[in-house]
Design a binder for this molecule. Sequence first.
Ligand SMILES: *Cc1c(COP(=O)(O)O)cnc(C)c1O
Length: 404
Amino acid sequence: MTQPVTDHTDHTGHSWGERYAASLMNTFGPPKLVLTRGEGSRVWDEDGTAYLDLLGGIAVNSLGHAHPALVEAVSTQLGTLGHISNFFASEPQIGLAERLLGLVGAPGRVFFANSGAEANEAAIKLTRRTGRTHLVATEGAFHGRTMGSLALTSKEAYRAPFEPLPGHVTFVPYGDAAALAEAVTDETAAVVLEPLQGEAGVVVPPEGYLARAREITTEHGALLWLDEIQTGIGRTGAWFGYQHPAIEPTAVLPDLVTVAKGLGGGLPIGACIAVGEAGHLLGPGNHGTTFGGNPVATAAGLAVLDTIERDGLLAHVADVGAQLRAGLGADPRVTDVRGQGLLIGLDLSAPRSAEVVATALAHGFIINNPTPERIRLAPPLVLTEQEAASFVAAWPALLDEAGV
Ligand SMILES: *Cc1c(COP(=O)(O)O)cnc(C)c1O
């Protein structure tokens, strides 16, 4: 029961589905829908059918769709100064770097990129400047699709067609501090961890794992690098996942934090935030980017941070997240509820997550299935209580119809 691509014949005599298939590389499979507009947590397809977007462009649309603050900031910036090269600086670029360091709560330096994978590439290159090359990553980790970030991503199906990948990476089981302690040596440049694993299906580490990772890396002079690309910028109800007391009760200060997805609210931006000394490892000529730190993208980042702050969205994320978790988890066919804030994983009693996703779409809800038995929700941070309640109300019937 897969939803066919909306299949309208247009002035060319071909459907959008045919035109897509004939013009775009088939890296994503056929699209589920052709969408035409969005507002708040809703999107509409070309038939005018509305969908509640509980995936938020995969944790990207932090302010939902067409948020006035973001539209205003981006339009004004583009109408004032849209792009300059990195031979020059701009106010939003400097302002956003300062704000990100403020959220980490320590002095440091920021490198802006255009995506998560690129933020991670900057971090990989930075770690090489320690004079060491060994990196430790975790099983189930997702860090992106560029050659460097793919070398840190564990999924065999993503890696195998592109080997050999940049080397000297050791994978350890996620959440296992003892295995981490064993893998890290005085030759290790960095340990890279997601504070909770997103693509793996919202996997939360045991309490104390991040603090232990901090101790282990400090002991060996290695950098602790936290990939907050999915978990950062308010997604969990804290600015960064590692700062959420339910994820790590002990205060941890990493050396590197990479962010992207939710930061631009839909504008492409990524950032590699380096704390303290790590901020000086990359020098002139070591790295670069044409678009990274572009005035429009950084103005978008500032608008996102301002709006989260002004509208009290961190507390809102905690509340609506708790509402969704309790409401959806009440169905006995949900065997586990994972995650924090508005990054939610739901384990089903039967491996029918694809059927649940298709059924939900047919009933006007966009959700995602990272594994055959797991559903992931990463809705806009502005999702209202009423919208959350509408999905909770529909949930048991969706599971019935999907045969869970
Ligand atoms: C999405 C994601 C990435 C890759 O980001 P892109 O913008 O797709 O390159 C890296 N790390 C994590 C944890 C992610 O969720």
